[in-house]
Design a protein. Structure first.
Length: 203
């Protein structure tokens, strides 16, 4: 246990250490670094997180993060609005966009089904996906979920729910190996997986 001579510094370290992947030693190093910075720099640093939490929107169509109520992807008239790519989180949106191989729209579920984590279908943005898929303009829903057991379970659940919507349900090709997280796939592999997607029922 690191002994910290200041309650204020200790509180800052505790907050830093609450971040994913940050231990107390790293948290202390970060806090001490900020302590050496000019006050205006630290205030700008802190205010950026306050503004992010207070002012950031969730797109009312796809649930991506945005500075406006409709994200730039959903409002882009050059996108193919007949396709919806379903992903777990905004990180996958950024990963797929970086491949420059996909020009449709997205739907961010906000997680995947995981009984161990206590996450069920009702915790995800499934109803809004079904509402979108019921639109006659939608031709295809691409399931771009991680190939973990939880991702596969979520994909199968969505496939069953989407079946009555009269849309093609496809899944990314297995260039992304079983057990892999979409977020960490390299851009070439992920791009090929999107382009070479296959109908869900043929897997």
């Amino acid at each position: 246990m690191i002994e910290i001579p200041s309650k204020l510094l200790s509180a800052a370290v505790d907050e830093m250490a609450s971040l994913p992947g940050v231990g107390r030693k790293t948290a202390l190093r970060l806090a001490l670094h900020l302590l050496k910075q000019p006050q205006e720099n630290v205030e700008r640093f802190g205010n950026s997180f306050i503004r992010m939490r207070r002012d950031l929107f969730r797109c009312r169509i796809c649930h991506n993060v945005s500075d406006t109520s409709i994200c730039p992807i959903c409002s882009d008239t050059s996108r193919d609005t007949s396709m919806i790519c379903v992903v777990e989180s905004i990180r996958e949106v950024m990963s797929i966009e970086n491949t420059m191989q996909y020009n449709g729209t997205y739907h961010v579920l906000g997680g995947i089904i995981s009984p161990i984590e206590g996450t069920g279908p009702s915790d995800l943005a499934v109803d809004s996906l079904l509402a979108r898929a019921a639109d006659t303009e939608i031709r295809e829903v691409i399931l771009a979920l991680s190939t973990t057991m939880e991702g596969e379970t979520t994909g199968f659940y969505l496939y069953k729910r989407l079946k009555p919507c009269n849309v093609t349900v496809s899944v990314i090709a297995r260039g992304v190996s079983f057990g892999d997280e979409i977020e960490y796939a390299d851009e070439i592999t992920l791009g090929r997986s999107i382009k070479n997607r296959r109908p869900f029922e043929l897997l």
